[in-house]
Ligand binder design. Structure first.
Ligand code: ZN
Length: 341
């Protein structure tokens, strides 16, 4: 399986992370990509440089106001004077009868759902490079590759149409799915990150052409807390095309693979012709966020299960934080996929 990677992710190097009222160094660090890259090299995957697709693919998912905000955010912020080294909102307006603000501090609040997506000088460049990595992989699949992996950083699945949050700015998986939609009438997105893919759910919630499935640690004890419950099934034309499978804390390989079988059954009945996998590796037993307990062999089994869907597949990197087995877990999931194909 070919893998798309760009070094340009490094320009996004966030620091701030607020955990239970305590400011820590974020877990979404550039070193993540180094370890994932080592995992690709261990698996002998051919590395491909991304193509620059410009704003078009991003604009199919995100609003013009939001893209404009992200692009100009750092310049507006740094022109304020006395501004901090990263942009973190001091308000998150709920928008009821609100007016779109003109001031950067207002826009920052408007467009961030939490404090976990600090914007620095290189964030826009890094986020754009990450979306190009995803679109390049999707384009390769459109051009006939069976399956391609996209090493995206920053990740994307918590980003909504016009909201950043949870380390995410541009929803790479959603952008890849929209890119595939140019040739595929029905596309499924299967999110195996330990966190619910709330941004992806939000983007496609009222759409009947993109089936969104997320398997994750139960939001009753895990971020994002207010989305990801089984009763969230879509709305309007999208009613029935959103499936959430929340899992108990510490769920291991066997129960995880059973949840994947449920997801597979639902996806097969939707009958898509292409698949996007939102490939978080933070369900690992060694992940510092400690939600689920999937082993490296469990990731191999996940890869095998994903391959058996038999669909052209774009695998988009989501979460997965620093541990000694982060790279090995990527090697295992991609290796399992290849072995079962
Ligand atoms: Zn995650």
């Amino acid at each position: 399986m070919k893998a798309v990677y760009s070094d340009l992710h490094r320009s996004h190097d966030p620091q701030f992370f607020l955990v239970r009222g305590v400011v820590q160094r974020t877990t979404e660090q550039p070193e993540r990509a180094d370890r994932l890259l080592a995992g690709l090299k261990a698996g002998k995957h051919t590395l491909i440089e991304p193509t620059k697709f410009g704003q078009g693919p991003r604009a199919r998912v995100h609003s013009p106001e939001y893209l404009s905000f992200l692009e100009g955010a750092w310049d507006e912020w740094s022109a304020l004077g006395n501004a901090g080294p990263e942009m973190i909102a001091n308000m998150h307006p709920v928008r009821n009868a609100g007016t779109y603000p003109t001031h950067i501090v207002g826009k920052l609040g408007w467009h961030t759902v939490d404090t976990a997506a600090p914007i620095g000088p290189g964030t826009w460049a890094g986020a754009c490079a990450s979306s190009d990595v995803a679109v390049t992989a999707a384009q390769m699949v459109l051009d006939g590759e069976d399956a391609v992996y996209a090493l995206c950083r920053p990740p994307g699945h918590h980003a909504y149409r016009d909201l950043a949050g949870g380390f995410c700015f541009l929803n790479n998986g959603a952008i890849a799915a929209e890119h595939l939609r140019q040739k595929h009438e029905r596309v499924a997105i299967l999110d195996v990150d330990v966190h619910h893919g709330n941004g992806t759910q939000g983007i496609f919630y009222e759409r009947g052409d993109v089936f969104t499935v997320s398997i994750h640690a139960d939001p009753s004890f895990f971020y994002p807390f207010v989305w990801g419950y089984a009763h969230e099934r879509g709305a309007g034309p999208g009613l029935g095309t959103n499936l959430n499978i929340p899992l108990a804390k510490g769920t291991g390989d066997d129960d995880y693979v059973k949840a994947l079988a449920l997801a597979e059954k639902a996806i097969r009945s939707f009958a898509p012709t292409a698949l996007v996998v939102a490939l978080g590796l933070d369900a690992s037993e060694k992940d510092p966020l400690a939600g689920l307990a999937v082993t490296t062999d469990g990731f191999r089994r996940i890869g095998e299960a994903l391959a058996r869907f038999g669909l052209p597949t774009v695998l988009v990197q989501e979460g997965g934080y620093l541990s000694d087995i982060l790279g090995a877990n990527l090697t295992a999931v991609l290796g399992g996929f290849e072995a079962a194909r």
